[in-house]
Design a protein around this ligand. Structure first.
Ligand code: AMP
Ligand code: GLY
Length: 423
């Protein structure tokens, strides 16, 4: 098969790696890709939002399967464009990707179908939002309705911060139109777990769990980022929690989307908070997590391409997902300053150290070629991943491997997987 992957981050590198392992795969293209993906795929200089150009490319190259890694093209309707051209594509259509594209939509869906989530209200008028905040319990959470690179969520400890948050999102429009509507929701406490699942519109099959570290700095301080590191599995995602989520969250979400005339095919990513009152949904995403994919896919025993085809053909009920009985940890190496201002263009050294080392991976996020050198080209630069027999071993291996890499302004969190010690 000829495969086209759309995206350019660490997640797409992990997807390309998994696709390359499949005996079904003959050739991989990636648009636009990065310097690491280029090892498995021919990178094509077409942007992820250039749907017509991408579809024309897929037709010209007779691509058998296109995999959409990123949220923006999914929410923008790339799957509908490909399907209209008779092309086979893995991902939700626009009317289902809205589960990630609009937090107001997903909250209303959960309310309507009794799926456990934080209590909330939505607002399009900043004055109304402030009026509501004046009587609300603090801390409180403000979320831009639309996509904001995982950064449109503000946790506000008091009324003053919350009012400033309304200004940031709705008046200063820090995230553009994404802040035209906001969700204000109850602040929850507990462990966070990310559960990614394959879906075929009717059936949902979950992968092994993972935990992300969203804040930029150690001790969960600093700004929210796309994710600074992950581990898999989560020791807090017990069989009991899993059973609860299967019954009250995953299948009900699939059924709700189907009942709304928006059957969901692709990857559904449920962000959970394990609260004292039981698991509750923090958010849904319509694609693999980044950097969750980097720790989940290397542990998957199935042929990813086969599972994706089963999703497209509505045969997922016949598939049994299998994962290795081990653990994996990903530590993101970022450019100092991320998620705010940072410099790029610095040479990355040490990548070759990963070659031929079983159980160690370096997934590129923001890198590019500069002549025959590989240089930094983004906030998140690399995801260093290692497996181990258990979480502690995987964590030690991953941190050791971060030392193999060197580039100017290299920054990482030093406490990825600290929660493992509390399990
Ligand atoms: P989201 O993009 O909605 O997952 O939010 C990003 C991060 O903000 C989450 O991973 C949580 O750490 C935090 N967060 C979101 N909603 C809440 C909430 N209701 N209570 C506490 N923390 C939250
Ligand atoms: N790591 C969180 C996300 O991909 O949204």
């Amino acid at each position: 098969m000829k495969i086209l992957i759309v995206g350019s981050g660490g997640r797409e590198h992990a997807i390309a790696w998994a696709a390359a392992k499949s005996p079904k795969t003959d050739k991989i293209y990636c648009a636009p890709g990065n310097a690491g993906i280029a090892e498995f795929a021919e990178c094509v200089d077409i942007g992820a939002m250039e749907f017509d150009k991408l579809a024309a490319f897929a037709k010209e190259k007779e691509i058998d399967l296109t995999i959409i890694g990123m949220d923006d093209p999914l929410v923008g309707g790339i799957v509908d464009v490909f399907e209209a051209e008779g092309l086979r594509v893995f991902g939700p259509r626009k009317n289902a990707a809205i589960i990630e594209g609009s937090k107001a939509f997903s909250k209303d869906l959960m309310k309507k179908y009794n799926i456990p989530t934080a209590a909330y209200e939505t607002f399009t008028d900043p004055e109304e939002a402030v009026k509501y905040l004046e009587t609300a319990k603090m801390p409180i959470v403000l979320k831009a309705d639309g996509l904001a690179l995982g950064k449109g969520v503000l946790i506000c400890k008091d009324l003053e911060e919350a009012k400033a948050g309304v200004k940031t999102l709705m008046l200063d429009k820090q995230f553009g139109d994404a802040g035209d509507e906001i969700v204000i929701e109850e602040f929850m406490t507990g462990r966070e777990v990310s559960v990614l699942a394959f879906c075929d519109g009717k059936t949902i099959k979950c992968m092994t769990s993972a935990q992300d570290h969203k804040r930029a700095k150690d001790g969960d301080q600093g700004l929210n980022t796309g994710g600074m590191g992950t581990f898999s599995p989560s020791p807090f995602y017990t069989k009991e929690v899993e059973d609860f989520c299967e019954k009250h969250i995953y299948q009900p979400t699939m059924d709700a989307m189907a009942a709304e005339g928006r059957p969901f095919t692709g990857i559904l990513f449920t962000g959970l908070m394990l609260t004292e009152d039981g698991p509750k949904v923090l958010e849904y995403n319509a694609r693999f997590g980044d950097p969750e994919a980097q720790v989940v896919l290397p542990r998957m025993k199935n042929d990813m391409i086969e599972v994706m085809e089963a999703c497209i053909d509505g045969r997922l009920a016949d598939v049994e997902l299998e994962f290795e009985d081990n653990a994996a940890v990903c530590v993101v190496l970022a450019s100092d300053g991320y998620p705010e201002k940072y410099e790029k263009g610095f040479e990355i050294k040490g990548l070759d150290a990963f070659k031929g080392k079983e159980g160690y991976y370096v997934f590129h996020a923001g890198t590019k070629f500069d002549g025959d050198k590989i240089v930094t080209n983004g906030g998140r630069v690399l995801g260093v991943v290692a497996k181990g027999d258990d979480l502690k071993a995987a964590r030690a291996n991953a941190y050791e491997a971060t030392e193999w890499i060197d580039f100017a302004n290299k920054y990482k969190r030093n406490d990825i997987g600290k929660a493992i010690d509390e399990a």
